[in-house]
Design a protein around this ligand. Structure first.
Ligand code: MRU
Length: 348
């Protein structure tokens, strides 16, 4: 397994390290992940998160286990348990399918390690392509609203929606970003604010319930979000709150783009209604946890609903920013998603 260094993941001398995203931005704690149990725990607890990043981290953990001498049956079982650890983002299932294929090769040990390395390298390149295509869409001085965290912490590269923001900023487009805090787990307030600050991208942090009011005042020119799964008809599952943003953006005539690599597309889901939505623990809504400890503000037995994602119908999306290019609703209806997968898979 090759050495690599990302913002939230690194491989050094065959050892996989993840930054604990639940402790950010107050503490930068790196954790060596050597076992299946440690990786499943990290994924479930959102120590590692973001659709592409979960897939890459899980793939590299399987490579770690191959190099540790695990045999095929236990690796196949590990892959099944990793797939089940978070159900909504399809990138994880995509990566694990690739590794299942490599496990069937005669030289399967080399094949699995090479496939995991390749998935990570590809993700870096996919982010670059998304950033370049998306930045071309953005006009000078735009005030862009984003939700959750889609940056270098959420991928092996520069990110998806946040990668577009980064590229536009680097191209001198003078953009500014409204960062949605993203209740309940605050990926916007904790992670996106931290990343954009480090990059020098001008941003303003807002709570989720402020977004519509800023749109009404004419202070939002565009919304760009990421995706956990894109159905065949263009519907998109993404962090809870995305649908509300899309409804508000549509009402105010503001374009809303979804940025994602081809590994987020799931043609087996005809529409968003087929996408499984992860339900998470009540404690996440009753209070907040972080490096400073846990705080519960609701009655400790308050009944809670906590869907981690929602589905935005294609009718509310104006652009799909993929590694293959930027597509509008007509292009998606005409089969752009299928063509994007075909062209990505044709690349060596
Ligand atoms: O629960 P999370 O933090 O993993 O949710 C992340 C998102 O919803 C992102 O928008 C999506 O995974 C794309 S990350 C490039």
């Amino acid at each position: 397994m090759r050495d690599r260094q990302g913002l939230g993941l690194r491989v050094e001398a065959g050892r996989l390290w993840l930054i604990d995203q639940t402790a950010l931005p107050q503490a930068e704690r790196w954790q060596a992940i050597d076992t299946l149990e440690a990786m499943v725990e990290a994924i479930r607890a959102l120590r590692v998160r973001g659709a592409p990043m979960i897939a890459i981290a899980a793939a590299l953990l399987v490579a770690v286990r191959v190099e540790a001498g695990d045999e095929r049956p236990s690796l196949l079982e590990a892959i099944d348990r990793l797939v089940a650890s978070r159900p909504t983002a399809v990138n994880l299932a995509h990566a694990m399918n690739t590794l299942r294929g490599a496990l069937a090769a005669p030289d399967w040990r080399e094949a699995v390690v090479a496939a995991a390395d390749d998935l990570a390298d590809r993700d870096v390149a996919l982010c670059e392509a998304i950033g370049d295509h998306g930045a071309a869409l953005i006009g000078s001085g735009e005030r862009i609203l984003t939700h959750c965290n889609t940056g270098a912490l959420a991928t092996a590269g520069i990110g998806t929606a946040a990668g577009v923001l980064r590229r536009a900023h680097e191209q001198g487009k003078n953009i500014s970003v409204w960062v949605d805090e993203t209740r309940p787990l605050l990926q916007g307030g904790r992670l996106t604010a931290w990343e954009l600050g480090a990059l020098g991208v001008p941003y303003t942090l807002i709570t989720d319930n402020m977004a519509a009011a800023f749109m009404a005042r004419g202070q939002v020119d565009r919304v760009i979000v990421g995706a956990d799964r894109i159905a065949a008809n263009g519907d998109v599952a993404n962090k809870i709150g995305t649908y509300g943003l899309a409804v508000a953006a549509h009402y105010h005539g503001i374009p809303l783009a979804v940025a994602a690599p081809y590994t987020t597309i799931d043609l087996a889901c005809a529409s968003g209604t087929a996408i499984e939505i992860e339900q998470r623990a009540a404690e996440e809504v009753r209070g907040v946890a972080g490096a400073a400890g846990n705080l519960c503000w609701a009655p400790s037995d308050a009944p809670v609903a906590n869907p981690a994602f929602d589905v935005t119908p294609a009718a509310l999306i104006t652009h799909w920013i993929l590694d293959a290019g930027v597509f509008d609703r007509d292009a998606i209806a005409a089969g752009a998603l299928k063509a994007a997968i075909r062209s990505a898979e044709a690349k060596p």
